[in-house]
Design a protein around this ligand. Sequence first.
Ligand code: ATP
Length: 303
Amino acid sequence: MRLRGVGRRYRLGGPWVLRGVDADLPEAAVLRVEGTNGSGKSTLLRLLAGIDAPSSGRITGRPRRTAYVPERFPAALPFSAAGYLTHQARARGLRGGAAARAAGEWLERFGAGAYARTPMADLSKGSSQKVAVAQALLAEPRLLVLDEAWTGLDREARDELDRAVAERVADAGTVVYVDHDPRRLADSVHTVLRVADGRVAAAAGAAAADSGAGDSGAAAGAASGPTARVTVTGPPGAALPVGLPGAPRGEPGLDGSVRLTVPAAHSDALLRALLAARPPWHIRTVEPPTAPEADSAEGGHRP
Ligand SMILES: Nc1ncnc2c1ncn2[C@@H]1O[C@H](COP(=O)(O)OP(=O)(O)OP(=O)(O)O)[C@@H](O)[C@H]1O
């Protein structure tokens, strides 16, 4: 899935909450979205989930099976918990008994089986949140977008949601989430997307650093294989596109350039992505791959 030049403002002539966001969301990856209150995290999640449309730019390649857990789930729905989930399962293509079975299984998984027949409006906040999470997981989504989805869940249900996230990733899915707890999924995060001043910038997370090279975004420099270095300059004021292949580590230069270090296996894809960005980035130098132990050696520059 790709975002190109994506912007969002809530009224014509109003302030841009997000602007010029470029991102490629990798498969089989967990992306954490961070930012201060009101920076636009939920706005970005709604755009990714397709609940909201960009005011400018384009989002392409959203998986058909995309699911979203909003920050506030509309609890007062005229259904029982099981009735609502069965309805959702049918809407996502499950037929007859299979839809009701899936609804029951997810309620059980989250420890809410006892509330299957309870009207949604009578559920506690925690149980209602379990239904919110279950409706998203029912779809076995390829893109799962979670806005503070752990909030209100009990300990067992939080752990269950962590397991469900791992299952989605194992199934080549992409999980994007916001959570106030910095430890949430900390070891699983491939990429951190930082939202600030309307821009989104990417940094490698712990899982990327652990995993070495890999399409889901290895942290350059932490990988055990050879690395390549690419020095680039961007359009004035532009942040580095989000979700670049190989999750390069960037070091800003004094002259406005950025020196990117990336696992060598990703360097071609990185160059293509930078050149394909809109507007494109200028490639100034490409240093050939160096083995990690020779990493600090001088030389190898190619103008
Ligand atoms: N539906 C809306 N209509 C008008 N303005 C909105 C709407 N949704 C969000 N905004 C504004 O957009 C900005 C970003 O809001 P958003 O909820 O995306 O930020 P956030 O980073 O998720 O905040 P928080 O951490 O407080 O949840 C805020 O100034 C907010 O007031």
